[in-house]
Design a protein around this ligand. Structure first.
Ligand code: FEO
Length: 389
Protein backbone atom coordinates (compact mmCIF):
# COMPACT_ATOMS: atom_id res chain seq x y z
CA UNK A 1 0.00 0.00 0.00
CA UNK A 2 1.19 3.53 -0.77
CA UNK A 3 1.39 6.37 1.75
CA UNK A 4 -2.06 7.86 2.47
CA UNK A 5 -2.98 11.46 3.27
CA UNK A 6 -4.59 12.10 6.66
CA UNK A 7 -4.58 15.91 6.38
CA UNK A 8 -2.21 18.52 4.94
CA UNK A 9 1.32 17.61 6.00
CA UNK A 10 0.37 14.38 7.76
CA UNK A 11 0.54 11.00 6.03
CA UNK A 12 -0.05 7.40 7.05
CA UNK A 13 2.76 5.06 6.14
CA UNK A 14 3.32 1.45 7.11
CA UNK A 15 2.13 -2.03 6.30
CA UNK A 16 -1.19 -3.83 6.59
CA UNK A 17 -0.31 -7.40 7.52
CA UNK A 18 -3.36 -9.41 6.43
CA UNK A 19 -1.74 -12.81 6.87
CA UNK A 20 -0.06 -12.59 10.27
CA UNK A 21 -1.80 -14.99 12.63
CA UNK A 22 0.37 -14.90 15.74
CA UNK A 23 2.08 -12.12 17.66
CA UNK A 24 5.03 -12.70 19.98
CA UNK A 25 4.60 -16.39 19.00
CA UNK A 26 1.71 -16.34 21.48
CA UNK A 27 -1.16 -13.94 20.77
CA UNK A 28 -3.67 -15.08 18.10
CA UNK A 29 -4.39 -12.51 15.38
CA UNK A 30 -7.66 -13.66 13.76
CA UNK A 31 -7.89 -10.39 11.79
CA UNK A 32 -4.21 -9.78 11.02
CA UNK A 33 -2.71 -6.45 12.09
CA UNK A 34 -1.00 -3.34 10.78
CA UNK A 35 2.18 -1.45 11.65
CA UNK A 36 1.39 2.25 11.27
CA UNK A 37 4.01 4.95 10.92
CA UNK A 38 3.13 8.61 10.38
CA UNK A 39 5.03 11.28 8.46
CA UNK A 40 4.54 14.84 9.76
CA UNK A 41 5.96 17.54 7.47
CA UNK A 42 6.33 21.09 8.79
CA UNK A 43 7.62 24.05 6.82
CA UNK A 44 11.07 23.63 8.39
CA UNK A 45 11.45 20.03 9.55
CA UNK A 46 10.02 16.59 8.91
CA UNK A 47 9.46 13.81 11.44
CA UNK A 48 8.54 10.14 11.10
CA UNK A 49 6.56 8.81 14.06
CA UNK A 50 7.48 5.16 14.64
CA UNK A 51 8.54 2.76 11.89
CA UNK A 52 7.44 -0.79 11.07
CA UNK A 53 8.30 -4.40 11.79
CA UNK A 54 11.76 -5.13 10.34
CA UNK A 55 10.32 -7.87 8.10
CA UNK A 56 8.56 -5.16 6.04
CA UNK A 57 11.08 -2.32 6.26
CA UNK A 58 11.36 -2.36 2.44
CA UNK A 59 7.70 -1.27 2.21
CA UNK A 60 8.32 1.74 4.45
CA UNK A 61 11.48 2.64 2.54
CA UNK A 62 9.51 2.65 -0.74
CA UNK A 63 6.91 4.95 0.84
CA UNK A 64 9.74 7.28 1.89
CA UNK A 65 11.32 7.22 -1.58
CA UNK A 66 10.26 10.81 -2.45
CA UNK A 67 10.94 12.21 1.01
CA UNK A 68 14.29 13.86 0.46
CA UNK A 69 14.93 15.08 3.96
CA UNK A 70 13.98 13.52 7.28
CA UNK A 71 15.08 15.32 10.45
CA UNK A 72 13.61 13.17 13.20
CA UNK A 73 12.36 9.67 13.89
CA UNK A 74 10.07 9.75 16.91
CA UNK A 75 10.35 6.33 18.60
CA UNK A 76 7.28 6.17 20.81
CA UNK A 77 7.96 2.54 21.74
CA UNK A 78 11.06 0.36 21.50
CA UNK A 79 9.32 -2.93 20.69
CA UNK A 80 10.50 -4.20 17.33
CA UNK A 81 7.15 -4.16 15.51
CA UNK A 82 7.49 -0.34 15.56
CA UNK A 83 11.20 0.27 16.02
CA UNK A 84 12.66 -2.62 14.00
CA UNK A 85 12.97 -0.63 10.77
CA UNK A 86 14.54 2.44 12.43
CA UNK A 87 18.16 1.37 11.69
CA UNK A 88 17.29 1.13 7.98
CA UNK A 89 15.64 4.58 8.09
CA UNK A 90 18.70 6.05 9.81
CA UNK A 91 20.97 4.59 7.15
CA UNK A 92 18.96 6.32 4.42
CA UNK A 93 18.88 9.63 6.37
CA UNK A 94 22.32 9.99 7.98
CA UNK A 95 21.45 13.33 9.62
CA UNK A 96 18.18 12.21 11.20
CA UNK A 97 17.98 11.97 14.99
CA UNK A 98 15.86 9.55 16.99
CA UNK A 99 13.75 11.25 19.68
CA UNK A 100 12.44 9.12 22.55
CA UNK A 101 12.19 8.80 26.32
CA UNK A 102 15.32 8.05 28.34
CA UNK A 103 14.15 4.49 28.98
CA UNK A 104 13.49 4.00 25.27
CA UNK A 105 17.01 5.17 24.45
CA UNK A 106 18.53 2.37 26.53
CA UNK A 107 16.18 -0.19 24.99
CA UNK A 108 16.82 0.96 21.41
CA UNK A 109 20.55 0.58 22.01
CA UNK A 110 20.09 -2.86 23.59
CA UNK A 111 17.64 -4.23 21.04
CA UNK A 112 18.69 -2.60 17.78
CA UNK A 113 22.28 -1.43 18.27
CA UNK A 114 21.29 2.13 17.36
CA UNK A 115 24.34 4.34 18.12
CA UNK A 116 23.79 6.47 21.26
CA UNK A 117 24.91 9.55 19.32
CA UNK A 118 21.91 9.25 16.99
CA UNK A 119 19.42 9.33 19.89
CA UNK A 120 18.18 12.40 21.77
CA UNK A 121 15.86 12.03 24.77
CA UNK A 122 12.75 14.13 25.30
CA UNK A 123 11.10 15.08 28.58
CA UNK A 124 7.44 14.70 29.43
CA UNK A 125 5.63 17.74 28.00
CA UNK A 126 8.55 18.83 25.81
CA UNK A 127 7.61 20.28 22.44
CA UNK A 128 9.23 20.15 19.03
CA UNK A 129 8.43 22.81 16.42
CA UNK A 130 8.53 21.57 12.83
CA UNK A 131 7.24 24.84 11.33
CA UNK A 132 3.47 25.19 11.49
CA UNK A 133 3.27 21.81 13.22
CA UNK A 134 4.15 21.38 16.89
CA UNK A 135 4.67 17.99 18.48
CA UNK A 136 4.26 17.61 22.24
CA UNK A 137 5.65 14.45 23.83
CA UNK A 138 3.50 12.93 26.54
CA UNK A 139 5.15 10.20 28.57
CA UNK A 140 2.70 7.33 29.03
CA UNK A 141 4.66 4.48 30.63
CA UNK A 142 3.41 0.89 30.37
CA UNK A 143 1.34 1.19 27.22
CA UNK A 144 2.89 -1.24 26.57
CA UNK A 145 6.47 -1.24 27.93
CA UNK A 146 7.91 1.07 30.62
CA UNK A 147 9.39 3.47 28.04
CA UNK A 148 6.30 4.28 25.97
CA UNK A 149 5.06 7.76 25.11
CA UNK A 150 2.37 9.39 22.98
CA UNK A 151 2.76 12.46 20.77
CA UNK A 152 0.22 15.24 20.38
CA UNK A 153 0.04 17.35 17.23
CA UNK A 154 -1.78 20.49 18.35
CA UNK A 155 -2.42 22.17 15.00
CA UNK A 156 -4.13 19.14 13.47
CA UNK A 157 -5.64 17.87 16.76
CA UNK A 158 -4.14 14.39 16.42
CA UNK A 159 -2.93 12.15 19.23
CA UNK A 160 -0.40 9.57 18.04
CA UNK A 161 -0.66 6.79 20.60
CA UNK A 162 1.41 3.82 19.35
CA UNK A 163 0.17 0.63 21.11
CA UNK A 164 -2.24 2.60 23.34
CA UNK A 165 -5.77 2.36 21.81
CA UNK A 166 -4.40 0.03 19.12
CA UNK A 167 -6.19 -2.90 17.52
CA UNK A 168 -4.81 -5.91 15.70
CA UNK A 169 -6.92 -5.41 12.61
CA UNK A 170 -5.96 -5.54 8.93
CA UNK A 171 -8.28 -3.33 6.92
CA UNK A 172 -8.22 -1.02 3.91
CA UNK A 173 -10.05 1.59 6.01
CA UNK A 174 -7.74 4.39 7.10
CA UNK A 175 -10.34 5.58 9.63
CA UNK A 176 -12.41 3.53 12.05
CA UNK A 177 -15.56 5.63 11.63
CA UNK A 178 -18.21 4.22 13.94
CA UNK A 179 -17.60 0.57 13.04
CA UNK A 180 -18.25 -1.33 16.30
CA UNK A 181 -15.96 -4.17 15.18
CA UNK A 182 -12.93 -1.89 15.56
CA UNK A 183 -13.79 -1.41 19.22
CA UNK A 184 -14.20 -5.18 19.57
CA UNK A 185 -10.74 -5.69 18.06
CA UNK A 186 -9.37 -2.98 20.37
CA UNK A 187 -10.88 -4.82 23.35
CA UNK A 188 -9.09 -8.01 22.33
CA UNK A 189 -5.89 -5.96 22.00
CA UNK A 190 -6.42 -4.38 25.43
CA UNK A 191 -7.12 -7.81 26.97
CA UNK A 192 -4.06 -9.48 25.51
CA UNK A 193 -1.54 -6.64 25.70
CA UNK A 194 -2.61 -3.88 28.09
CA UNK A 195 -4.71 -5.42 30.87
CA UNK A 196 -1.77 -6.27 33.18
CA UNK A 197 -0.97 -2.54 33.36
CA UNK A 198 -4.46 -1.32 34.30
CA UNK A 199 -3.41 0.92 37.25
CA UNK A 200 -0.78 2.68 35.12
CA UNK A 201 -3.25 3.08 32.26
CA UNK A 202 -5.66 4.81 34.64
CA UNK A 203 -2.99 7.50 35.17
CA UNK A 204 -2.24 7.72 31.46
CA UNK A 205 -5.93 8.16 30.65
CA UNK A 206 -6.01 11.28 32.82
CA UNK A 207 -3.05 12.74 30.89
CA UNK A 208 -4.67 11.90 27.56
CA UNK A 209 -8.03 13.35 28.60
CA UNK A 210 -6.30 16.68 29.34
CA UNK A 211 -5.31 16.99 25.67
CA UNK A 212 -7.50 18.29 22.88
CA UNK A 213 -7.75 16.13 19.78
CA UNK A 214 -10.19 14.91 17.13
CA UNK A 215 -8.19 11.88 16.00
CA UNK A 216 -6.32 9.08 17.76
CA UNK A 217 -3.74 7.57 15.44
CA UNK A 218 -2.43 4.33 16.95
CA UNK A 219 0.36 2.20 15.51
CA UNK A 220 -1.91 -0.84 15.01
CA UNK A 221 -5.31 -0.75 13.32
CA UNK A 222 -7.32 2.13 11.88
CA UNK A 223 -7.28 5.76 13.05
CA UNK A 224 -10.09 6.74 15.41
CA UNK A 225 -11.89 9.72 13.87
CA UNK A 226 -14.64 9.45 16.52
CA UNK A 227 -12.26 9.04 19.47
CA UNK A 228 -14.87 9.25 22.21
CA UNK A 229 -15.98 5.66 21.51
CA UNK A 230 -12.55 4.17 22.19
CA UNK A 231 -11.84 6.56 25.08
CA UNK A 232 -15.05 5.65 26.88
CA UNK A 233 -14.52 1.95 26.15
CA UNK A 234 -11.04 2.13 27.71
CA UNK A 235 -12.44 3.99 30.72
CA UNK A 236 -14.88 1.14 31.23
CA UNK A 237 -12.24 -1.59 30.80
CA UNK A 238 -9.79 0.02 33.24
CA UNK A 239 -12.44 0.92 35.82
CA UNK A 240 -13.01 -1.18 38.94
CA UNK A 241 -16.47 -2.18 37.69
CA UNK A 242 -17.07 -5.89 37.05
CA UNK A 243 -20.10 -7.47 35.45
CA UNK A 244 -22.42 -10.31 36.38
CA UNK A 245 -20.29 -12.77 34.45
CA UNK A 246 -18.56 -16.06 35.26
CA UNK A 247 -15.65 -17.08 33.03
CA UNK A 248 -15.25 -20.83 32.99
CA UNK A 249 -12.11 -22.25 31.35
CA UNK A 250 -12.05 -26.06 31.58
CA UNK A 251 -11.13 -29.31 29.96
CA UNK A 252 -12.39 -32.86 30.50
CA UNK A 253 -10.66 -36.19 29.85
CA UNK A 254 -13.27 -38.88 30.57
CA UNK A 255 -16.41 -36.76 30.99
CA UNK A 256 -16.68 -36.21 34.77
CA UNK A 257 -15.44 -32.62 34.69
CA UNK A 258 -17.63 -31.96 31.64
CA UNK A 259 -20.69 -33.19 33.59
CA UNK A 260 -19.84 -30.88 36.50
CA UNK A 261 -19.24 -27.92 34.24
CA UNK A 262 -22.48 -28.43 32.30
CA UNK A 263 -24.44 -28.75 35.54
CA UNK A 264 -22.89 -25.61 37.02
CA UNK A 265 -23.45 -23.58 33.84
CA UNK A 266 -27.16 -24.53 33.89
CA UNK A 267 -27.43 -23.82 37.62
CA UNK A 268 -25.90 -20.36 37.15
CA UNK A 269 -28.07 -19.57 34.13
CA UNK A 270 -31.21 -20.51 36.12
CA UNK A 271 -30.12 -17.97 38.72
CA UNK A 272 -29.59 -15.18 36.19
CA UNK A 273 -25.78 -15.36 36.18
CA UNK A 274 -24.18 -15.10 32.73
CA UNK A 275 -21.44 -17.64 31.95
CA UNK A 276 -18.80 -17.75 29.23
CA UNK A 277 -17.44 -21.28 28.99
CA UNK A 278 -14.12 -22.05 27.26
CA UNK A 279 -13.23 -25.65 26.37
CA UNK A 280 -9.47 -25.33 26.37
CA UNK A 281 -8.56 -27.87 23.68
CA UNK A 282 -10.36 -25.77 21.06
CA UNK A 283 -10.76 -22.28 22.49
CA UNK A 284 -9.24 -19.04 21.19
CA UNK A 285 -7.28 -17.75 24.20
CA UNK A 286 -7.87 -14.20 22.95
CA UNK A 287 -11.61 -14.70 23.55
CA UNK A 288 -10.83 -15.99 27.03
CA UNK A 289 -8.69 -12.91 27.70
CA UNK A 290 -11.52 -10.63 26.45
CA UNK A 291 -14.01 -12.27 28.79
CA UNK A 292 -11.63 -11.64 31.69
CA UNK A 293 -11.75 -7.86 31.06
CA UNK A 294 -15.21 -7.59 32.68
CA UNK A 295 -15.90 -10.81 34.58
CA UNK A 296 -16.56 -10.83 38.33
CA UNK A 297 -15.77 -14.54 38.79
CA UNK A 298 -13.57 -17.25 37.35
CA UNK A 299 -14.42 -20.93 37.81
CA UNK A 300 -11.62 -23.24 36.73
CA UNK A 301 -12.56 -26.78 35.72
CA UNK A 302 -9.92 -29.50 35.56
CA UNK A 303 -9.43 -33.23 35.61
CA UNK A 304 -6.33 -34.53 37.38
CA UNK A 305 -3.20 -35.54 35.43
CA UNK A 306 -0.33 -36.98 37.47
CA UNK A 307 -1.87 -35.51 40.63
CA UNK A 308 -1.95 -31.93 39.23
CA UNK A 309 -4.25 -29.97 36.90
CA UNK A 310 -4.43 -30.82 33.21
CA UNK A 311 -1.58 -29.01 31.35
CA UNK A 312 -4.07 -26.95 29.29
CA UNK A 313 -5.70 -25.74 32.51
CA UNK A 314 -2.27 -25.05 33.97
CA UNK A 315 -1.48 -22.88 30.93
CA UNK A 316 -4.82 -21.00 30.97
CA UNK A 317 -4.53 -20.37 34.71
CA UNK A 318 -0.99 -19.06 34.27
CA UNK A 319 -2.28 -16.73 31.53
CA UNK A 320 -5.15 -15.45 33.71
CA UNK A 321 -2.68 -14.73 36.51
CA UNK A 322 -0.33 -12.88 34.13
CA UNK A 323 -3.15 -10.72 32.71
CA UNK A 324 -4.15 -9.52 36.23
CA UNK A 325 -7.86 -9.10 35.43
CA UNK A 326 -10.12 -7.34 37.95
CA UNK A 327 -11.81 -10.59 39.05
CA UNK A 328 -13.27 -10.60 42.55
CA UNK A 329 -14.16 -14.27 43.07
CA UNK A 330 -12.85 -17.71 42.08
CA UNK A 331 -13.76 -21.37 42.42
CA UNK A 332 -12.17 -24.63 41.30
CA UNK A 333 -14.09 -27.73 40.28
CA UNK A 334 -13.03 -31.00 38.67
CA UNK A 335 -12.30 -34.64 39.10
CA UNK A 336 -9.62 -37.25 39.78
CA UNK A 337 -8.99 -40.97 39.50
CA UNK A 338 -7.32 -41.98 42.76
CA UNK A 339 -5.72 -38.82 44.26
CA UNK A 340 -5.27 -35.13 43.48
CA UNK A 341 -3.38 -31.99 44.41
CA UNK A 342 -4.95 -30.01 41.57
CA UNK A 343 -6.64 -27.43 43.82
CA UNK A 344 -3.45 -26.66 45.74
CA UNK A 345 -1.43 -26.42 42.52
CA UNK A 346 -3.98 -24.11 40.82
CA UNK A 347 -4.15 -21.91 43.93
CA UNK A 348 -0.37 -21.54 43.82
CA UNK A 349 -0.61 -20.39 40.18
CA UNK A 350 -2.77 -17.31 40.83
CA UNK A 351 -0.99 -15.05 43.35
CA UNK A 352 -1.81 -11.96 41.23
CA UNK A 353 -5.55 -12.55 41.41
CA UNK A 354 -6.85 -10.83 44.51
CA UNK A 355 -9.93 -13.04 44.67
CA UNK A 356 -12.14 -14.48 47.34
CA UNK A 357 -12.32 -18.26 46.83
CA UNK A 358 -15.99 -19.22 46.88
CA UNK A 359 -15.52 -22.97 46.80
CA UNK A 360 -13.53 -25.96 45.57
CA UNK A 361 -15.01 -29.29 44.58
CA UNK A 362 -12.99 -32.23 43.29
CA UNK A 363 -14.95 -35.38 42.56
CA UNK A 364 -13.54 -38.92 42.62
CA UNK A 365 -14.71 -40.43 39.33
CA UNK A 366 -18.25 -39.57 38.29
CA UNK A 367 -20.13 -36.80 40.10
CA UNK A 368 -23.04 -38.00 42.23
CA UNK A 369 -26.00 -36.46 44.01
CA UNK A 370 -23.97 -34.82 46.77
CA UNK A 371 -21.62 -33.29 44.17
CA UNK A 372 -24.52 -31.82 42.19
CA UNK A 373 -25.94 -30.42 45.43
CA UNK A 374 -22.55 -28.81 46.12
CA UNK A 375 -22.58 -27.29 42.62
CA UNK A 376 -26.07 -25.87 43.29
CA UNK A 377 -24.72 -24.37 46.51
CA UNK A 378 -21.75 -22.87 44.63
CA UNK A 379 -24.12 -21.37 42.03
CA UNK A 380 -26.22 -19.88 44.82
CA UNK A 381 -23.16 -18.33 46.47
CA UNK A 382 -22.01 -16.83 43.17
CA UNK A 383 -25.51 -15.42 42.59
CA UNK A 384 -25.46 -13.80 46.03
CA UNK A 385 -21.97 -12.35 45.50
CA UNK A 386 -23.01 -10.98 42.10
CA UNK A 387 -26.15 -9.34 43.46
CA UNK A 388 -26.19 -5.68 42.46
CA UNK A 389 -23.64 -6.00 39.63
FE1 FEO B 1 2.98 -2.97 18.98
FE2 FEO B 1 4.31 -3.25 22.12
O1 FEO B 1 4.30 -3.27 20.26
Amino acid sequence: MKARRICDGVQWMGYVDWNRRLFDALVPLPDGTSYNAYLVSGTDKTALLDAVDPAVSDVLMRQLENVERLDYVIAQHAEQDHSGAIPTVLERYPHALVLCTAKAKALLIDHLDIPAGRIQTVEDGETLALGGKTLRFVHTPWVHWPETMCTHLAEDRILFSCDFFGSHLATTDLFAGTDPYVCEAAKRYYAEIMMPFRPMIQNNMKKVRALEFDFIAPSHGPIFDHPECILSAYEDWISDRVSNLVVLPYISMHGSTEMMVSYLVAALAERGVKVQKFELSTTDVGKLAMALVDAATIVIGTPTVHVGPHPSVFSATHLANALRPKLKYAAIIGSYGWGTKAVEQIAALIPNLKVEVLGTLMCKGLPHEADFAALDALAETIKEKHAGL
